[in-house]
Write a protein that binds this ligand. Structure first.
Ligand code: ZN
Length: 1032
């Protein structure tokens, strides 16, 4: 029996030193907000005075109006809102719904309006205000933003769930429960307390009982992001009192109360069914998404680093779990009982502290390891594989003809300089700053440079030299490292030598121009150079490496879709590359590739990227690199790679309570044998791992389930540490309670990672079929087991999985999994990326953010009275939402398009791009940023872009123009409209109808697994064995 008194209840009697700010301080929390890049001030705005670190404001009086004088905030004349936004879908839907025996309104709509209706949704200032367009949910919680503050639990729908504490009945076990309910901005109301009571589970009907499915009323991802985003702008997320994390795309400040922040760990189910049978009734995976080095945001406490000296952190003698807030003390403080395996350990004398009458250690509040979910331990020599040193960065630079000709070499060298020393303009500003703040790499970190074509060139960068000395290794059959001193140097001490070399490299090799790079020998040379210490390699490549040992050839001739041969193209059996990958991990080395195919050629990313996937690195891929447009992105991404939190020589172990066991890991790492620790050459802030669990017994509903991830790694500054994250979930007998605490982002992420892992063994068609089956299984399981008295023809979606089917449709339409032609380089790149993506980056990848900028509210893109950026609401990814004359930002975390309608207002263009740019044709096709102008709109859009840039994964944000009828990027725009029929798959509405039909068949006992009707899963019969348990 675990009642809360076992755990030293947080803050009984004495205040917690980590207590969150009180109400009046809560407003200080804000999402990352940076100053407007150009320090833009509106001319003639006397009231303007923006505090530093806030978005720049302008006076509303200067707002221009575009187009006809009658309207405001709009660039084109208003059109009357039309009722049927998506007539084609409606008609289609009508017939399909009719097919499943629903009472469907078959009258449809007159086709006479069809053409006009394509741009129908045009409700700028219509009745109901701006929330009208996002009226995605017909049930409770629609639109009314005041509702979500005090409404009750997750079962009520809409936005209601974000404000109230989601506390399970078993929550009384948690340490924090002894506290009065914590809500920093709003003290808990009676409503919030009432919300703790369990209420009958109901779902969201996506179709009304009349059988009409209104495309307006199917669950909206933009809305599911916007509403909580507003809430968490003003509120922190307390990790024990709330047990359903914000959606992954939402910036939030977590307050660690003993349970790890969702930024580090997200469980698919925050309430876990006691038995595998109960879990099976949901068809949901039990899993954990871990992003151990995830970045914190402004307002969050840094992770404490604890030093227990020679003895290291206290650990359970039996299961080796690290000390954490859920371990309990007994016998007056002489014993601690492990929360994973219940073993009673002796407390070492140096760690002893007496307990008070309630069993709480008297020093608990001074001990972060007993109060925080995520801490870091310094570890003694037993944890070392080799003497830890500052991280060594080795840049391998491709200097072959293609790299020189296409400007990639220039861009890469510039990127390294910007990563090490900041951009030229920043340097000027930096005159006033002290050296420490200018330093981009932590003290102790070193850098080395190697270039390669048919030969390998090392450089002595010693600080005493006038210029770098090149040493050529002509023997690529047996490469060696020709120098012991001067290869790795302090980037500050050797700044002159390094910058002069990087500046000269493009010229130096413009005369040589070898066409073929010898990559594998270069990787082996890098391995030798770093094997003693470990480190990180950053390698550029612009052509298929066709020279020397390990040369590759064109494997993908573009004609292997849907064949068994295609599967082989997504993986590699090349012994040389596999071997170098394994050896690198063993030596604590990881590699990031920056690969460009300027002429659109094949690079065999399956083989080359294997080395980064196995070593924990990343592949940045520029499929159609065009230097004027893409150099900025390249440079920013190199800088991000070098400056993001990076550790190396890492091992990871995940432990869980008795009754559960790890059943699978998904991600980019090396796994020797099952049961062994995961090994990473390198690991960085953006990388996530999926862990799946299975039952090896029955859980006790009276106890909680505990999980602990421990990442042993060396920091970039050369300290050996363990980062420990602890996650707790309540347990209940059946699964009904679990359905209320489903984390949609974690479920989608686990399923996506698993699907990516299957690509090597199953055909893409089978994987898509299995994703469809899985979607039907989960939603049918919910309908069968957990819904009440909904009419039989109604599609009922679990409250916390309302957008789930759209995310899975996004996955089916992604480059990794989509049907039809797709170069295998792109498929395999995206597949590996999905395996390592954190929840934020994946969510954006599966459904882009789209913001219309032609009808922004005057205050959008500026700080509100609390200093938080007011963001416009997102719009659905469908062409039916695109307005004539409109301008849209489309960001999926990988690319950011600026789509401009052919009839866009000339005034808008001039406000955005400056005088002289009043037509689409006058714009510079390859510009990747907006100029800094003195217009309201320009400042708004730059601020919005800055917000988007601060809320994403590993890819840099630069603009790419997609002008209607002019730019190739229009195809990418169309591809990203995931609610439409595209990418060889259905529209969102049709997809829901399809899923609904199969749910109905399942309920009627007539579901045939071998026919899901759309050709997606024609071979699903092969998955019968895989359906339960999940994937088999
Ligand atoms: Zn233990």
């Amino acid at each position: 029996m675990s009642d809360f008194s076992m755990y030293h209840a947080l803050g009984q009697a004495s205040p917690n030193p980590n207590a969150p700010p009180k109400q009046n301080e809560a407003a200080k929390f804000r999402p990352p907000v940076a100053a407007s890049p150009g320090g833009y001030q509106q001319v003639g705005s006397p009231t303007y005075s923006a505090p530093p670190n806030q978005y720049i404001g302008t006076s509303g009086a200067n707002t221009q109006s575009y187009g006809t004088p009658a309207q405001e905030q709009s660039y084109f004349p208003p059109q009357p809102p039309l009722p049927a936004a998506n007539e084609g879908n409606m008609a289609n839907l009508t017939s399909q719904m009719g097919g499943v025996g629903l009472g469907v309104d078959t009258t449809g709509h007159s086709k006479a309006h069809k053409k006009k209706d394509r741009h129908a949704y045009h409700n700028i200032e219509g009745p109901g205000g701006s929330s009208q367009a996002f009226n995605g949910m017909p049930q409770s919680g629609t639109g009314n933003t005041t509702q979500f503050l005090n409404q009750n639990g997750p079962q009520t729908g809409g936005a209601a769930q974000w404000g109230s504490p989601q506390i399970t009945p078993a929550m009384s076990q948690f340490p924090a429960s002894a506290n009065p309910l914590f809500s920093p901005a709003n003290p808990a109301s009676a409503m919030q307390h009432a919300a703790r009571a369990s209420t009958p589970l109901t779902g969201t009907p996506a179709s009304s009982s009349q059988g009409r499915v209104d495309p307006e009323h199917i669950p909206s991802i933009p809305r599911s992001r916007d509403v909580p985003a507003k809430f968490y702008m003003e509120h922190v997320y307390p990790t024990m009192e709330q047990h359903l994390p914000p959606p992954a795309t939402v910036p939030f400040v977590a307050f660690d109360q003993g349970n790890s922040s969702p930024k580090f760990a997200r469980l698919t189910l925050n309430n876990i069914p006691a038995s595998s049978d109960a879990l099976a009734s949901t068809s949901l995976p039990l899993g954990l998404i871990l992003q151990p080095l995830a970045p914190l945001q402004e307002g969050e406490q840094p992770i404490p680093v604890l030093d227990f000296g020679e003895t290291g952190p206290p650990r359970c003698r039996r299961c080796r779990a690290y000390i954490n807030p859920f371990m309990t003390f007994r016998s007056g403080g002489n014993k601690f009982v492990c929360n994973m395996c219940t073993f009673p350990n002796d407390v070492a004398p140096e760690y002893f502290a007496p307990t008070d009458p309630s069993g709480v250690r008297v020093d608990r509040l001074q001990r972060p390891e007993l109060t925080l979910g995520t801490v870091e331990f310094m570890v003694p020599k037993e944890y070392w594989a080799k003497e830890p040193v500052g991280l060594r960065w080795l840049f391998l630079i491709d200097v072959t003809a293609e790299a020189v000709n296409r400007g990639f070499l220039d861009g890469f060298c510039e990127g390294i300089m910007s990563a090490l020393y900041g951009s030229a303009s920043a340097e000027k500003e930096g005159d006033k700053q002290d050296e420490a703040s200018q330093r981009k790499l932590p003290p102790g970190a070193k850098v080395g440079i190697v270039t390669f074509d048919k030969e390998i060139h090392f450089y002595n960068l010693g600080a005493g030299l006038d210029q770098a000395q090149m040493l050529v290794v002509p023997d690529i059959e047996d490469p060696f490292v020709p120098l012991s001193e001067g290869l790795f140097v302090d980037p500050e001490e050797s700044k002159a030598v390094i910058t002069s070399l990087l500046t000269q490299l493009p010229n130096m090799f413009s005369e040589v121009k070898n066409p073929e790079p010898a990559l594998l020998p270069t990787l082996n040379a890098a391995l030798s150079a770093l094997s003693a210490t470990g480190g990180k390699v950053v390698c550029s490549l612009t052509a298929l490496p066709t020279w020397g040992p390990g040369r590759l050839f064109l494997r993908d001739d573009g004609n292997m879709q849907n064949t068994d041969a295609e599967k082989k193209l997504l993986t590699t059996e090349h012994p040389g590359f596999r071997k170098v990958a394994t050896k690198m991990v063993e030596s604590g080395i990881g590699i990031d590739f920056f690969m460009a195919a300027p002429s659109g050629g094949y690079l065999d990313i399956a083989t080359i990227g294997h080395v980064s996937a196995v070593t924990g690195g990343e592949t940045f891929y520029y499929p159609n690199f065009h230097s004027p447009r893409d150099t900025l992105k390249l440079s920013k991404e190199i800088k991000h790679t070098v400056t993001r939190e990076t550790g190396y020589q890492a091992l990871m172990k995940v432990r869980c309570s008795n009754g559960l066991q790890v059943s699978a890991y998904h991600g980019n790492f090396y796994h020797h044998t099952f049961g062994a620790d995961l090994e990473f050459g390198v690991i960085d802030a953006d990388k996530a791992i999926g862990v799946m669990f299975s039952y090896d017994g029955k859980l006790d509903p009276k106890l909680d389930a505990h999980f602990q991830s421990a990442l042993l790694y060396t920091t970039a500054s050369g300290e050996r540490r363990v980062r420990c994250s602890n996650i707790v979930a309540s347990v209940s007998e059946g699964a009904a309670e679990a359905m209320k605490f489903v984390d949609q982002d974690a479920v989608v992420n686990i399923i996506a990672k698993e699907a990516a892992a299957r690509m090597a063994e199953k055909s893409l068609k089978d994987v898509r079929g299995a994703l469809t089956e899985k979607t039907v299984d989960i939603l049918a399981g919910y309908r069968k087991n957990f819904t009440g008295n909904n009419p039989p023809g109604q599609l009922v979606l679990p409250e916390n999985l309302k957008e789930f089917s759209m995310y899975i449709l996004g996955l089916i339409k992604s480059r990794a999994f989509k049907g039809g032609k797709e170069p295998t380089d792109r498929r395999v790149h995206d597949m590996r990326m999905i395996k390592a993506m954190g929840s934020l980056e994946l969510s954006l990848y599966l459904y882009p953010r789209i913001i219309s900028i032609h009808n922004l509210d005057e205050k959008d893109g500026f700080a509100n009275e609390n200093g938080h950026l007011q963001m416009p609401e997102g719009i659905r990814a469908s062409f039916s939402r695109v307005e004539e004359g409109g301008a849209y930002i489309v960001d999926n975390g990988q690319v950011c398009l600026l789509w401009l309608h052919a009839q866009v207002s000339p005034n808008l263009l001039e406000d955005l791009f400056g005088e002289g740019y009043s037509s689409l044709k006058q714009l510079k096709a390859f510009q990747s940023t907006l100029p800094v102008l003195d217009t309201h709109l320009n400042a708004q859009v730059r601020n919005i872009l800055q917000y988007l840039e601060s809320t994403r994964g590993s890819k840099a944000l630069t603009l790419q123009l997609a002008r209607q009828g002019l730019d190739g990027a229009e195809y990418e725009f169309a591809r990203l409209l995931y609610e439409d029929r595209n990418n060889e798959a259905q529209s969102y509405v049709d997809w829901l109808v399809h899923v609904h039909r199969h749910i109905q068949l399942e309920l009627a006992g007539q579901r045939k697994k071998e026919d899901s009707g759309d050709g997606l899963s024609a071979t699903a019969s092969t998955f019968v064995g895989l359906r339960t348990p999940y994937w088999g």
